[in-house]
Design a protein around this ligand. Sequence first.
Ligand SMILES: [Zn+2]
Length: 440
Amino acid sequence: MNPEKTPLEAWIKLRFGLAPEDPFTREILEKHQLACFKMILGRVKKQSRFYKKKLTDFSADDFSHVSDLAKLPLTDFKDIANDPYAFSCVSQSEISRVMTVSTSGTTGNPKKIFYTKDDQEATIDFFHHGMSCVTEPGSHVLIMLPGELPGSVGDLLQKGLVRLGAKGIHHGFFEDPLKTLEVISQNNIDCIVGFPVQILNLAAHPQSLDYTKDGIRSVLLVSDYVPDSLMNRVKELWNCETYCHYGMTETGLGGGVQCKAHQGYHMREADLLYEIIDPETRSPVKDGEYGEVVFTSLTAQGTPLIRYRTGDISCFLPEPCTCGTILKSMAKIRGRIMGGIMTGVGRIELRELDEVLFRLKEILDFRVEFRNWHGKDIFELDIYAPHTKTDINEFVEKAVTEIPVLRNCLEARRLEVRIAVSKQWINTGAAKRTMRDLRK
Ligand SMILES: [Zn+2]
């Protein structure tokens, strides 16, 4: 039996003003996306200082298919950091929330993204329908995301859950898993939304099952990259369904969510038009080919973005989803353009370490630093394994040599690996997990 069709399809159809009995094909969806794009193009050319200048040579008549967007120049995070106010299509008095995101690199300026009431409403609407795939009315959902401020991701998610008829309980990031397990038990939580490492730390706690007697039915893992190995462990430990969400500040926090087929992400296609491009040639790639994820806002008012480079690497899955939707499926993010750390024999990605290390049931988090000591590269691995009673160094060593670049470095004696296993809390998993290159 095929899994239930993603609820996002019916929602997107409704958002385009179509009735349930109207036909809905990929072609029809793209026609509506094109019409929305033409409207936003007209708006940004009139009201956004940045695009007024940048898109001066383009008019709505230049576009007869969504693929024609490839004619347009790209926008990247530096453009926003340089002058965030130049993007807005409304006066500052109409902005109800600003999110500031620090950017990596030495240029320093943080990105500011603006949201109007309507922008936030669109995100709440997405959370409502997206969560209807993950859980159901009557459910009690623990929200382990920032949610103190109005308009924060946790706040918008809670509002979406109310519309679904479910109850969202704000929790934020935890420091003591046992205390959070008590909250889960007291509130009869059956669904959890949070960062992957945080959720793993709850599921793998030795007393976890005592506090989740009624069962955690489903978990939504929110991150740019969710390791399969970690997801499988959570699934086994709690015997639950696991879903992944993809989104960022620039997409209005929500971006896409897996359906019950657990394949690619289905995206908010009424609000966002996604493309995958070759980061070198900047041309669109074929379905099934990996490239950089680029999106165009179709409805945003605070910070509408035209062909925005996310820096994330993914592909559109070439086969339609088994849920039977006409929506596209985007594969899980594989990493960042220029992410990872360069060694003498190739690049090592955090994703590769995540996959081999989270397979070991003792490991609940880890931290990586590359150093240089008298001309020799040192790969330092701090493992967080709070519940282990045995020496796991040998297993960790074996696991890291499964990564071809690390194995080659070790064989060529270009690298020394130092492993430290600790029961001390090294990382809450709440901050963005990265590998640190301290060799300079
Ligand atoms: Zn699907």
